[in-house]
Design a protein around this ligand. Sequence first.
Ligand SMILES: *Cc1c(COP(=O)(O)O)cnc(C)c1O
Length: 428
Amino acid sequence: MSKNLELLDKKYIWHPFTQMYDWLKEEPLIIKEAKGSYLKDIKGRWYLDGVSSLWVNVHGHRKKEIDSAIKKQLSKVAHSTFFGLSHKPAIELAGRLVNIAPGGLSKVFYSDNGSTSVEVALKICFQYWRQKDKKEKTKFIYFKNSYHGDTIGSVSVGGIGLFHGLYRPLLFKGYCLPFSIARVKNVLEKHHREIAGLIVEPMIQGAAGMLLMPKGFFKKIRDLCLRYNVLFIADEVATGFGRTGKMFACEHEGVRPDILCLGKGITAGYLPLAATLTTGKVYSAFLGEYKDKKAFFHGHSYTANPLACVAAIENLNLFEREKTLKKLQPKISFLKKELKAFEALEHVKEVRQLGFMVGIELVKDKAGNEPYLWEEKIGIRVIKEARKKRVILRPLGNVIVLMPPLSISSFELKLLLEITRQSILSVT
Ligand SMILES: *Cc1c(COP(=O)(O)O)cnc(C)c1O
């Protein structure tokens, strides 16, 4: 049975972000079920889910309340279109999102994954200026090492050479800047007349390997955008829903964006759903007579899927009922304390952390600051070692990422850290 599944996987499937040549040589891990912070494979082995099933899970797997909310909705309707029709779960969820989002955001546009939430943000931004008779405002500012998704628009504002470089000929041009206030100010000063928006991952760049912004930088670029009349897009697809210790990372510096992108944790890791929130001011620019053609011509077949919406509502209920954010704080402090010991390891260059987002960067020679070569696959080797010890991780190059479900117990958190430490030690 398990052999058969393995063969069929290799026969038919093309996995994301995977060199299939390597995949075909190895034994795939095939997951069958899960519970809490653990995943179980078809051979009956249990693994600790150290990256929240790639940054999506919030309250653990098979959370009773979310399971039953979905089942209950399933007995009513699984899907009905959002084009020209509406439904209660999406209406209720929109109100809930507006209530918890940074101030000023009052309208919710649904889609079904983080990349599309960014596409929607970019298109809204572009069209907004057209309808405000500022047709020259078409370009975007984005940051080096940024990641906003894998569709062509979101790749256009991506700053990771390895993922994005190849596609340059297909992409629209913009301003790719480092974390430098002087540079952002300079570009805005010179080019604001042609800049529609600035897109940024608040406080921490996830896919780049957990890169933290200098303190105060996030707030300052927001203020600059206000001054130069450029829309400010906060991509909280990774950071949203408690991952950084606050509901949204924007709260760390009291930032109110013009547009907010949400995905990943929105359904607590259950179903594909995303949302792009914006202000009444932006929304109003799309109002007009039918003949004016000011509508936002964008939508997806599964936009606002009702099953996903009830999962998202129950996710928010759990945040309230279980005081998830409050309970998270001591776990964050514990993590911070324990991670100090990692910095002393011979091949650990730096440990970066914001809340429950952690990156441990490995280096070949600390004193000489000599990195591991790409071909050495150091990150991949460490996570393979961890897998032998029954912990699931996924690296970003030479950075080992830890991003456990917010619901993880302190015992499990200790286990995660200990096995990560052992795996780093045994491979480096
Ligand atoms: C994951 C991610 C995305 C893309 O989301 P998908 O659901 O994978 O398309 C966009 N922005 C950020 C910051 C992300 O971390």
